[in-house]
Design a protein around this ligand. Structure first.
Ligand code: SF4
Length: 443
């Protein structure tokens, strides 16, 4: 039984660390609490409930989580403090021992946040988390980011166990809801005026592992949701990106020519050490097929630098491979040691200074590629979905193939918010983070 009187008129503050999935889950927590009568505390207003949704992707992330908890406890000495998310799952006891923390919820329990909160209210600190293989719950989540896009969680967990990663321990094995429930959530988002949805998850390509529905079935079903003009897939493992999926996206109504593929290393030897399930050749074939069918596609690639075993010549091989690939942008992550992972058994260690040097080389390469991609679009026509802006500020939006577009404050209009507008792409803006645009048709 939920004691709703606990919540009436209470003020809450939310703090999220980590990925889009976490942000989208925090919005769901906030929505559930709002339905119980909780309002968001204003800036500098003391809160009755503090909710911190944590991340544990690196050592730095763990540290930031602890800092955020301490800060919120200090700022809200009388609040009931709830901590959830990946760090809370992996280190539940440690987190519950932080002074001021009242309740710690692991990956399985967070789906029943309201019940746990109602039960624990006013009690001594408690923590709850079950073992990885017992994590079974799926917390549905479709939330509007603070801008225009919706983030629809289509999958959670991962069965891959790459040697450097703790995500499967933190989020459990892969699981997903039915296609019909996801179509329902997308339809609701369209009803609220949403035009773009990003499909999020931990390892989205594993969708349907335990059912007779596939990720491609999901994509086809969502493509029929009227009102949603744009779908983007947040990230897809190369070995799970079927050619049939790429072919479908190329001819689809609303799936955008925009892909995000984790490569992690451009050396087959390192990919093996990481227990990744593909080699360079497969990755190149996927990129080539995308570019053959969608020459204008934006392709973002995740790369990890300085992992154990990445000897200098293997990094050089990775650099050369990336340089030769027709991709648009690199998302570069320095390797971070994670307790309990198999990677710790690999003897060769890359120093922090060398990790920084390698990151810088790849970030420079990324910028070169992105600028060349943007430049090749100057003078072309594009449809831009503009995002909510603050009055008197420049306005931004994205083309179908994810080029960031800027309208200076002088021509930005409130009426462009959340509208798809035809423009001609002009030169770079002041810091080259976007292209300027000439409006061709106003709504
Ligand atoms: S695919 Fe590998 S890196 Fe990605 S979440 Fe699963 S185990 Fe971690």
């Amino acid at each position: 039984m939920i004691d709703s009187s606990v919540f009436q008129g209470k003020k809450a503050v939310y703090h999220t660390l980590g990925c889009k999935l976490n942000f989208s889950e925090t919005s769901t927590f906030a929505k559930s609490l709002e339905e119980m009568g909780v309002v968001e505390a204003g800036k500098d207003e003391p809160a009755d409930i503090c909710l911190i949704n944590t991340c544990s992707v690196t050592e730095v992330a763990d540290h930031k989580c602890r800092q955020a908890i301490h800060k919120l406890v200090r700022q809200n000495p009388n609040a009931f403090v709830v901590v959830t998310g990946c760090y809370a799952q992996l280190e539940s006891e440690k987190v519950s021992n932080i002074e001021g923390v009242n309740l710690v919820l692991g990956a399985n329990e967070k789906a029943n946040l309201i019940q746990f909160l109602s039960d624990a209210w006013g009690k001594e600190h408690q923590y709850h988390s079950v073992k990885t293989k017992e994590i079974k719950t799926f917390q549905p989540s479709c939330s509007r980011g603070n801008r225009t896009r919706y983030f629809l969680k289509v999958q959670d967990g991962c069965n891959y166990f790459c040697t450097y990663c703790t995500i499967p321990y933190a989020r459990g094995f892969s699981r997903n809801p039915s296609i019909s429930s996801l179509v329902e959530q997308a339809t609701k988002a369209a009803g609220e005026g949403g035009k773009e949805i990003v499909l999020t998850g931990v390892n989205i390509g594993e969708f349907g592992e335990n059912s007779d529905e596939s990720f491609l079935d999901l994509v086809k079903a969502l493509d029929n949701v009227r009102g949603i003009e744009r779908f983007r897939i947040s990230s897809l493992e190369p070995d799970l990106m079927g050619d049939d999926l790429i072919e479908y996206c190329a001819g689809s109504r609303a799936f955008m020519p925009h892909f995000h593929i984790p490569l992690q290393s451009g050396s087959d030897k390192v990919l093996k050490l990481m227990h990744r399930r593909y080699d360079k050749d497969l990755f190149r074939r996927k990129v080539e097929l995308i570019k053959k069918l969608m020459p204008d596609a934006f392709i973002g690639v995740d790369v990890m630098v300085g992992c154990r075993g990445e000897e200098p010549e293997l990094f050089d091989e990775c650099y050369d491979f990336l340089k030769s690939l027709d991709v648009t942008q690199l998302h570069v992550f320095p390797y971070s040691e994670r307790p309990g992972t198999l990677a710790l058994k690999i003897p060769y260690i890359v120093s922090d200074t060398e990790k920084k040097r390698r990151s810088k080389l790849l970030l420079d390469l990324s910028e070169e590629k992105r600028l060349a991609f943007y430049e090749s679009h100057i003078g072309t026509l594009a449809d831009v979905l503009f995002e909510k802006s603050n009055r008197g500020r420049a306005m931004h939006g994205f083309t179908r193939n994810y080029i960031r577009v800027e309208l200076p404050a002088s021509i930005a209009r409130e009426s462009y918010d959340n509208q798809i507008i035809k423009v001609r792409l002009k030169g770079f803006n002041h810091d080259k983070s976007a292209l300027k645009a000439e409006i061709l048709e106003t709504p």
